[in-house]
Write a protein that binds this ligand. Structure first.
Ligand SMILES: C[S@@+](CC[C@H](N)C(=O)[O-])C[C@H]1O[C@@H](n2cnc3c(N)ncnc32)[C@H](O)[C@@H]1O
Length: 342
């Protein structure tokens, strides 16, 4: 896919229906040869539409109409390209905790949470947010500034109580610091302009993290995850999890990460695109719904649900496919034999 196609696809498939202004900017940029030629000067992974748009907002450029946007980008290309080279798409979405929660609550408590690709670590506070699954009574602290709603279907094991988290740690190629004003502003610029609810959620989750920052290390997830698991407090169940991360790793690095995860103690929760973790993909009981982006949520490589990419929905599987190769065997901490009951 060339850069123009990439921007067109972003406009029509990703932001359509979510951000009218980004749809216009990316759609018109796709037809703008001068702008595409500038973007093409960057290394291929740095040409992402969301990286350009967030960088322009980060620098205070206009994103309210195509003509002022393109004039500003061309006039300030040195600053724009430097920001795109220095920064990454690191959208941190605490809403994903609504997808993780049923699995976290099912594990032997207390938990030591270790997140791979943590960004600023806002998914490391599942015990600090309040949850509303369908029209059930809210779960979690009533004074939490973060309230997550999630629509469900299927035989979802609704958590009765929040998990007890005694340790929070993470690794990222570039950990962001919730106490750093520039990092926070970058995270805010990654939220699409019309998504005021997500922006508010991000700011409120960051306030929680600022009061008790997570232990985040910079580095390669393979080595760091092993080290972090070995540092988890005794008596706590280590749980390594990640969402919207493995797609950034080349397939050899993903395979190496899976091998690492199979060789260390504790549990492994993946919340990634349905085709990103091969052992999960092989066990999916049905195809991902067409025309709707979903993640495959899995515990120890056993898929349990399709999750909305921001944790806004959970479609729990009625059935699972047992290839006999699960790292879990067939008994899960849900206290269920997945193949019998789900
Ligand atoms: C889209 S963000 C998701 C952040 C967080 N997991 C969430 O769900 O909100 C992806 C994160 O993965 C990190 N990342 C990408 N490639 C990585 C790698 N090879 N090793 C460690 N982290 C990586 C990025 O820096 C970024 O913070």
């Amino acid at each position: 896919m060339d850069t123009a196609q990439r921007y067109r696809a972003f406009a029509t498939r990703e932001v359509h229906g979510h951000s009218a202004i980004y749809e216009e900017l990316a759609g018109r940029a796709a037809d703008d040869e001068e702008l595409i030629a500038l973007i093409d000067q960057l290394p291929e992974p740095k040409r992402q539409p969301n990286l350009l748009l967030a960088s322009v907002r980060f620098l205070g450029g206009p994103v309210d109409g195509y003509r002022p946007f393109r004039s500003w980008v061309i006039a300030h290309w040195d600053q724009v390209s430097a920001t795109m080279l220095r920064r990454r798409t690191q959208t941190n979405e605490p809403g994903r905790c609504a997808a993780l929660l049923p699995l976290l609550a099912s594990l032997p408590q207390p938990l030591a949470l270790i997140e791979a690709g943590a960004s600023a670590g806002l998914c490391l506070y599942p015990d600090r947010y309040q949850y509303r699954y369908d029209d059930r009574p809210p779960l979690g602290p009533s004074d939490s500034p973060v309230s997550l709603t999630c629509r469900t279907s299927g035989p979802m094991p609704f958590p009765e109580r929040l998990p007890t988290v005694v340790w929070r740690a993470g690794v990222d190629l570039n950990p962001l610091d919730v106490r750093d004003a520039d990092d926070m502003r970058w995270l805010e610029c990654l939220v699409w302009p019309e998504q005021r609810d997500r922006l508010e959620r991000l700011r409120n989750a960051a306030r929680i993290a600022q009061a008790e920052p997570p232990h985040l290390v910079r580095g390669d997830p393979n080595q760091a995850v092993r080290d972090l698991v070995s540092q988890a407090p005794r008596g706590a169940t280590p749980v390594v999890f990640h969402s919207a991360v493995l797609a950034y790793l080349p397939s050899e690095a993903r395979s190496a990460f899976a091998e690492t995860m199979r060789s260390i103690p504790g549990h492994w929760i993946t919340n990634e695109g349905p085709r990103i973790v091969p052992a999960v993909e092989a066990r999916l009981p049905r195809s991902a719904p067409p025309g709707r982006a979903v993640f495959a949520l899995a515990l120890d490589e056993q898929p349990v649900a399709f999750a909305g990419p921001h944790g806004q929905s959970l479609d729990w599987f009625q059935e699972t496919v047992d290839t006999g190769a699960s790292g879990l065997g067939n008994d899960t901490p849900l206290g269920l034999r997945l193949t019998d009951t789900l």
